[in-house]
Design a protein around this ligand. Structure first.
Ligand SMILES: Cc1cc2nc3c(=O)[nH]c(=O)nc-3n(C[C@H](O)[C@H](O)[C@H](O)COP(=O)(O)OP(=O)(O)OC[C@H]3O[C@@H](n4cnc5c(N)ncnc54)[C@H](O)[C@@H]3O)c2cc1C
Length: 453
């Protein structure tokens, strides 16, 4: 067992690293974090990978437990629902839930990262910037750390390593070399590109600030999330290849024409559209599943390093912060018996992280295609009506995932049952008045137990 005065080494000062580091430090451990990038508080740089994030119940819970959430209200904008933009520039609003409190929150990735690093350092976590982990000798728990300025490599001995180094984790690559390590990665045929809608003069927003904006176009989509400085961070999700794809958008004229014909109401909002388009890279999206997440109680994968998911449920960091919550609960329960804590952590999390990975891929189809379909919109209405009548039993999947902390695997299973019930109840009707409530009662009471959360 590790003594509390021993050092725990974390790789990566992205989002999970500093949150976990600060909670470990509060529990009396010494914590070192090695981060390959420079300190973003001192060097101006892009936070990379989408400039804002949707933060919801699971993330908020973890930040509240760390007494950080209240202090973040000035960097958060609540979004009440989806604002859909049609090709003819009509706008339709779909609330996320029944209650005013059912909101998703847009938060700047960089501001969140800075707040977490500041809080970690206040608790004496040492963050070593420009120090890249090159690998680990898992037998002896020796880390190879390279100074990004001098190129010098140093061996660091540590009893416990927690890899918070994201979807391309170096520690995971080392675990891959061990026997019986399971690994799968599935790339989408889609890429993404970040664009910006600037603020109006005076710093006001040029679109409704209380919504996540979506331009669903069947096979692809544009989305926009509000920032506190009056801008919107937009992301274009588009196939890499094919008719409407990144490979076709190689000239300014092609880009302008693509946006003018597909997203006509977005074009006037983006005066620097083509400059922006060619300045920003095309990112790829991957689902990674692997196991086991730990090596003999000495090294653990956490967050994207263990389970990277595609961004369409807005759950990547919410899921990562929930990892931190669960790991810390187990640590409080069992003490620093790392082998036991890591084993139970994986047992508690794996089926849930697999479930949110699958839900995230499924939600891509819903966002880019189905939200514009009148039948889908009718089903949404029926869903809300059923929830109104059976609030304990029929809780929409989106609400279970986003507003509640129902385990993801439970949300997925119940969501599938509810989908089937909805399909049957909505099959031959197009008005809520036509709902067969007797049938609904039988199906819902027969197939769904009251939800415990
Ligand atoms: C386009 C897009 C949109 C997204 N939107 C959302 C959203 O709305 N809501 C949501 O919850 N999630 C979202 N996500 C997912 C979210 O960004 C990730 O789940 C989250 O950042 C994972 O946190 P992490 O700490 O595990 O990894 P990261 O945030 O990736 O941090 C890893 C850190 O490790 C460092 N590092 C990497 N390798 C090394 C090394 N060898 N040595 C030292 N340091 C290293 C990196 O520099 C980085 O600082 C989105 C992702 C993408 C791509």
């Amino acid at each position: 067992m590790t003594e509390k005065n021993e050092t725990i080494t974390l790789i990566g000062a992205g989002l999970n690293g500093p949150l976990l580091g600060l909670e470990l430090a509060k529990r009396g451990f010494k914590v070192d974090i090695y981060e390959r990038r420079p300190d973003m508080r001192r060097v101006r740089m892009s936070a990379g990978r989408s400039i804002n994030l949707a933060l919801s119940a699971r993330g908020i819970y973890a930040l509240t437990q760390s007494n950080l959430w209240k202090g973040m209200q000035n960097i958060v904008l609540p979004m009440r629902g989806r604002m859909m933009h049609s090709t003819t520039s009509e706008i339709t609003f779909q609330p996320y839930g029944r209650n005013e409190s059912d909101v998703n929150n847009s938060i700047s990735r960089a501001e969140l990262n800075v707040a977490l690093m500041n809080a970690a350092e206040e608790h004496d976590v040492r963050i070593h910037f420009k120090k890249r982990c090159m690998g680990i000798d898992l037998k002896n728990n020796l880390l190879a750390i390279r100074d990004e300025e001098t190129g010098k490599e140093q061996a660091i001995s540590t009893s416990v390593v927690i890899a918070c180094d994201g979807s391309a984790s170096v520690i995971r690559s080392e675990m891959l070399k061990r026997s019986r390590f399971n690994f799968s990665q599935q790339h989408l045929d889609y890429g993404y590109k970040e664009l910006t809608v600037p603020a109006l003069p005076g710093g006001t927003h040029s679109l409704d600030v209380g919504a996540l904006h979506i331009w669903p176009r069947g096979n692809y989509m544009l989305i926009a999330l509000p920032n506190i400085d009056g801008t919107f961070a937009c992301i274009l999700f588009l196939p890499f290849e094919g008719e409407d794809s990144f490979e076709r958008l190689t000239t300014r004229a092609a880009v302008h024409e693509f946006f003018r014909s597909r997203f006509p109401d977005a074009v006037p909002l983006m005066p620097d559209l083509t400059d922006n388009f060619f300045a920003n890279p095309v990112g790829s999206m991957v689902t990674i599943k692997c196991s086991p997440w730990h090596a003999d109680g000495k090294a653990l994968l956490l967050g994207d390093a263990a389970h990277a998911i595609v961004p369409f449920f807005g759950q990547g960091i919410n899921c990562g912060f929930e990892d931190c919550t669960v790991l810390l609960q187990l640590l409080d329960q069992h003490g620093a018996d790392w082998n036991r804590v890591f084993t139970e952590f994986e047992r508690a999390r794996k089926e849930n992280t697999d479930a949110i990975a699958d839900l995230a891929v499924e939600n891509f189809v819903e966002m880019r295609d189905r939200v514009a379909d009148p039948r889908f919109l009718f089903r949404k209405k029926a869903e809300l009506a059923l929830q109104e009548k059976y609030p304990q039993r029929f809780v929409p999947k989106y609400s279970m995932v986003t507003f509640l902390r129902v385990p993801y695997a439970t949300a997925r299973k119940r969501g599938q049952v509810q989908d089937r019930i909805l399909t049957e109840l909505c099959a031959h009707i197009d008005r809520i008045e036509g709902l067969d409530w007797a049938k609904a009662e039988t199906m819902i009471h027969g197939e769904l137990t009251p939800l415990e959360y």
